[in-house]
Design a protein around this ligand. Structure first.
Ligand SMILES: Cc1cc2nc3c(=O)[nH]c(=O)nc-3n(C[C@H](O)[C@H](O)[C@H](O)COP(=O)(O)OP(=O)(O)OC[C@H]3O[C@@H](n4cnc5c(N)ncnc54)[C@H](O)[C@@H]3O)c2cc1C
Length: 471
């Protein structure tokens, strides 16, 4: 694709995106891609550079399809390694025998879009490069800009930053993609991140360090035990193995453990946690760095409202719906948010009807994304329980053997609703139901508190489709 040049008569509408992680950069890309008339999109990142620290990330085929639409599929595919259509193989912790292996729902055929398994820094670099080349002049990428709050000024929002040389900026639409600890979310919602009940050891190792004996070079493997599970998957063209080892632990035992790459533990601690597990797990741990990362895994409550200041401020990505990592889909949902935001801005700018308002369109974004993201938050919690044979499904189970058929049943087909989803079709459908774009005439859209987090009657009447949570 050629570089998108500056429009001859740019729209005066200005957009600020707070946070330049996977969600923020994909949002900038989607808005620029869908809105050729926009020349004033700015990303404000708190860090001194656009960079992710080392770890792997799985991107499901639902999100990979979006990267394809936005023109970065080839670059993203090139940093992922060869795969064999398996999403994850779950195995016994003691013998390594297969419990169940789950397919990735990749699209078939030559060049078919598929699940990606990538290094976070490498995928962020793909997005960054695309913005710096194809959308240069239309998207600005600022650094050292930690947003602290937003203020409503009629048609515009003022953003305050903790940077004395550039203390404020203004925009017509502010998208807060500032992660699980979002400063902007905390201005509007009282909840805080809370401990999920599990910690994770994280690290990377070159596959060459274990390749002589490594039987799983092209897919993810999880070894499952009660209260622990050990996950690995290859990234960086299958040259690096990403390790995430989960352990259930009471909060009282965590001390001041943080959710951060600055927390680490000696490798011996990991060896003790997984003592007695089959030798492949031990071989991986022995090849890890001397001090792997040690993380407190946090969760967030379901949030019923993502748009504020009459629709001029919206939350996206983890800021809106941080979820536990057990379905490997948090980034995928941030990518879906990004895609829908690109479409809603496009349709808002194109709507010349007398009752067009930004609020109606940002509510449309929320109405499309909120039920699906909340379903993912709920099912991600459940997935963690299944991997560690915990929770109500395993009540009354007295042995590991008895639990395995339940694990098999609960994991089989579990990701179909995530990966089989076609986000644009859902958007078009919701827009019709909301009486925006193609269809006119509908009741006023209102944000309705929603106790169980999945949807309710009033939301349905407002044109929001409510999804059931699968067991
Ligand atoms: C152990 C673990 C494993 C995971 N594995 C997967 C996986 O395999 N697949 C998957 O899809 N998801 C996975 N996730 C979830 C995934 O990492 C997140 O859902 C995803 O990174 C969310 O992207 P985001 O851009 O919304 O937030 P973030 O990635 O957190 O990015 C937020 C950005 O905002 C910046 N920022 C923060 N505050 C401010 C501020 N006040 N002002 C300006 N900038 C700010 C930050 O510096 C950062 O750049 C995993 C998470 C964990 C913890």
């Amino acid at each position: 694709m050629p570089a998108a040049t500056l429009p001859a008569s740019p729209s005066p509408f200005t957009i600020a995106i707070i946070g330049g992680g996977l969600g923020g950069l994909t949002t900038a890309l989607s808005i620029a891609y869908h809105n050729p008339s926009l020349a004033n999109i700015t990303v404000y990142e708190q860090a001194p550079q656009y960079r992710e620290i080392g770890a792997g990330i799985g991107i499901g085929v639902n999100a990979a399809r979006i990267l394809n639409k936005l023109g970065v599929w080839a670059a993203a595919n090139a940093i992922s390694g060869e795969r064999n259509g398996v999403h994850r193989s779950c195995r016994r912790f003691d013998t390594g025998k297969e419990i169940v292996s789950v397919g990735a729902m990749d699209e078939g055929g030559e060049g078919g879009v598929r699940q990606l398994s990538v290094h976070r820094a490498e995928i962020l670099e793909v997005l960054y490069r695309e913005l710096r080349t194809r959308y240069k002049g239309r998207v600005r990428l600022e650094t050292d800009m930690r947003a602290t709050s937003v203020e409503d000024h009629g048609d515009q929002v003022t953003i305050h930053f903790a940077n004395p040389s550039r203390p404020t900026a203004a925009a017509n639409l502010v998208i807060a993609a500032d992660g699980i600890h979002s400063a902007i979310r905390s201005q509007f919602a009282p909840d805080k991140p809370r401990y999920s009940g599990r910690i994770a050891y994280r690290g990377l190792l070159p596959l060459s360090a274990i390749s002589a004996t490594w039987p799983y070079p092209t897919y993810a493997v999880s070894w499952l035990a009660r209260d622990k599970h050990f996950l690995v998957f290859p990234i960086s063209k299958n040259q690096t193995l990403n390790v995430v080892a989960f352990v259930t632990k009471p909060e009282a035992e965590l001390g001041d453990l943080k959710e951060s790459w600055t927390s680490s533990a000696p490798r011996e601690e990991l060896e003790r946690e997984y003592e007695g597990w089959e030798p492949t797990v031990g071989a991986v741990i022995s090849a890890m760095e001397a001090r792997p990362g040690k993380w407190r895994i946090n969760d967030r409550d379901l949030l019923e409202q993502w748009t504020y200041f009459d629709g001029k401020v919206v939350l996206a990505g983890d800021a809106a719906h941080a979820m536990l990592p057990h379905q490997g889909s948090g980034a995928g949902h941030a990518i879906e948010d990004a895609y829908i935001l690109g479409l809603t801005v496009r349709d808002f700018l194109a709507d010349t009807s007398f009752n067009a308002s930004l609020e109606r369109y940002t509510f449309l974004y929320q109405s499309v994304r909120l039920p699906r993201a909340q379903k993912a938050q709920i099912t991600s919690r459940h997935a963690g329980d299944v991997y560690e044979l915990q929770g109500k499904d395993f009540e009354g189970i007295t042995s590991y053997e008895e639990g395995l058929p339940i694990v098999r049943e609960k994991l089989n087909g579990r990701m179909k609703w995530v990966w089989g989803h076609h986000v644009e079709a859902e958007y078009v459908d919701a827009r019709e139901r909301a009486g925006l774009g193609a269809t006119k005439g509908r009741e006023d859209l209102r944000v309705v508190p929603n106790e169980n987090g999945v949807g309710n009657e009033k939301l349905e009447r407002a044109g929001v489709r409510v999804m059931e949570v699968e067991a």
